[in-house]
Design a protein around this ligand. Structure first.
Ligand SMILES: *Cc1c(COP(=O)(O)O)cnc(C)c1O
Length: 220
């Protein structure tokens, strides 16, 4: 099996390769190594290889793994990429450097309150329900301008827009639509692309790709 460091180099090289035709700089794409479900021993090799940006989808799991890891690697940047319950807002604001799943008014209120209380303002991506799927989280496209206004009014820093396109169909049109929505709404960041489609996402303007399997192998 390839080492984690080798896989990291490969993913970074793929990102750089996709930047060229798009006339983009690889430094403008942040690779978030999604370490959810993987134990500390699997994460350490990437830290040792110099990687510092990681993503987790559960507050509790992230807390138990990253509290010790951050003692050795205090400059680690931790992103919350999964759905967040409003009652975990305080913990999420204390633990994460960026939240990718702000998608509804109740969560907005809880996060604003948690940020006011702690004095720590955590940049948030607004998740958009890009495929208009009932089972998925995300702000409906039609409500996006109003929701973004509310986020800004609450003085939550807007990192950009995030999406998870529908499974099993070509993701490119959804990435292009998210890029268009960002442009229309004066937002810079685009969190889009996972192991199977991050190269397409980079071509279409992703500033943050969330890659798990391609770096760590399959999850249990
Ligand atoms: C798990 C997850 C990823 C990473 O998925 P891979 O296919 O393993 O790269 C990215 N984004 C979100 C929101 C996830 O939950």
């Amino acid at each position: 099996m390839e080492s984690a460091a080798t896989r990291l180099e490969e993913v970074q090289a793929n990102i750089a390769r996709m930047c060229r035709p798009a006339r983009r700089e690889p430094e403008d794409v942040t690779l978030i190594a999604v370490s959810k479900t993987h134990p500390i021993e699997r994460i350490e090799p990437l830290l040792e290889a110099g990687h510092r940006v990681f993503g987790e989808n559960r507050v509790q799991e992230a807390e138990s793994k990253w509290t010790p890891l951050r003692e050795t690697y205090p400059d680690t940047e931790l992103h919350l990429i999964g759905q967040l319950q409003s009652n975990k807002a305080d913990e999420a604001v204390a633990l994460f450097d960026c939240i990718h799943s702000l998608d509804r008014k109740s969560l907005l209120k809880a996060l604003a309150k948690a940020m006011d209380k702690s004095g720590r303002r955590v940049p948030c991506f607004v998740q958009v329900n890009i495929g208009d799927e009932d089972q998925k989280g995300g702000c409906p496209i039609a409500e996006l301008p109003d929701f973004l206004r509310k986020v800004r009014d609450a003085e939550i820093p807007v990192a950009g827009l995030m999406c998870l396109p529908p499974a099993d169909i070509e993701p490119a049109p959804f990435f292009a639509l998210l890029a268009k929505l960002a442009q229309d709404n004066g937002v810079d960041g685009l969190s889009m692309g996972m192991s199977g489609d991050y190269e397409t996402a980079v071509q279409l303007g992703a500033t943050h790709v969330r890659v798990g399997t391609a770096l760590f192998g399959a999850r249990e």
